[in-house]
Design a protein around this ligand. Sequence first.
Ligand SMILES: Nc1ncnc2c1ncn2[C@@H]1O[C@H](COP(=O)(O)OP(=O)(O)OP(=O)(O)O)[C@@H](O)[C@H]1O
Ligand SMILES: [Mg+2]
Length: 371
Amino acid sequence: MSRNINVLLIEDNPGDARLVREALKEASDPGYRVEWVRRLSLGLDRLADGGIDVLLLDLGLPDSQGLATLAAVHASAPHMPVVVLSGAVDEQFAVEVVQASAQDYLVKTYANRHVLTRSLRYAIERKRGEEAMRAARVLTMGELAASIAHEVNQPLAAVVTNAEAALRWLAGVTPNLLEAHAALVRISQDGNRASQVIRRIRAFLKKGDGQAAPLDINEAIQDAVSIARGELVKSRVALRLDLASQLPPVVGDRIQLQQVVLNLVMNGSEAMSSTAEGSRELVVTSRNVAGPEGRPAVVVAVRDSGAGIKPEDMNRMFDAFFTTKATGMGMGLSMSRSIVENHGGNLWATPNQDLGLTMQFTLPAERANPS
Ligand SMILES: Nc1ncnc2c1ncn2[C@@H]1O[C@H](COP(=O)(O)OP(=O)(O)OP(=O)(O)O)[C@@H](O)[C@H]1O
Ligand SMILES: [Mg+2]
């Protein structure tokens, strides 16, 4: 954990560069190793050599200006977390910068050690979270096609029904304009709903592929937890990790498995929003178990003390688009289940004796010596 964070600083003003380097020199645990170049072209070369964890970028450079600088970085290093350094306080521009794929934006005069280190770490975590979401969404695209068709079909059917109604209200000697108007409003709403579904789906159609490698599931858990930590603190959720120390490695895609844990943790936290503040506890455990035919496996459990779920929704909760939340998409559990099953495991829910739910998934351990 106490590894150094390697920062590349692309900044043409030596005075500003010195301030940043001094500020970061004082930081420890993690420490920061800063490399500094003055031109975008040199910075891109350096990024290509690898080993950089996060980029601190001045947008006004001798060889590139403004958002074009950010675009150039994104084109040649799309996975790099970026914090933009600027001389000006300009909210609107900051929003544009962050939307144009930087993770954060800092005004130089405010960039003391505290602000800088927080922003750099936040950028790294935020980027990791974004990539995790993307990887997990791609995987299940094919499998979700049927549910998507269903989801779009509903508003379309409603559009047809309401259009027929409107035609009827307009027909005859004295058309009922009020009713016709109401039907047209419903058509417009349903049309918007369908296009919203489509817009969300398009976000899934991004690149990425599951990669299988032996990994320590505890590390994936810790990654997920570090991404979720800010949310948990904000929601006053106490988190307890109880991870077995001698786990066999599992084979899989670390980002996808991380995404599964992240989904379960976020759901657990959200389920506790109506639980009394002192009693919001989330416990994540990992254990060694015997899988099918006595083969070694690991089981990961995420236990909350939340509202739980109605018995009739116990199975539906895994359906794509099933949600009880105002802003939920209902995708978390269906994606998680397909990821786990693609890894040869199972994901299920059990109500707790007292409060809340425990979500668990198993993964087969790597075979020691395939023969
Ligand atoms: N730990 C839990 N406790 C109680 N209910 C849960 C829990 N986890 C999931 N649910 C229920 O299952 C539903 C589906 O969860 P899922 O993660 O698939 O979607 P979501 O959280 O609603 O939206 P999102 O796509 O943003 O994850 C939730 O809306 C909620 O009703
Ligand atoms: Mg969810």
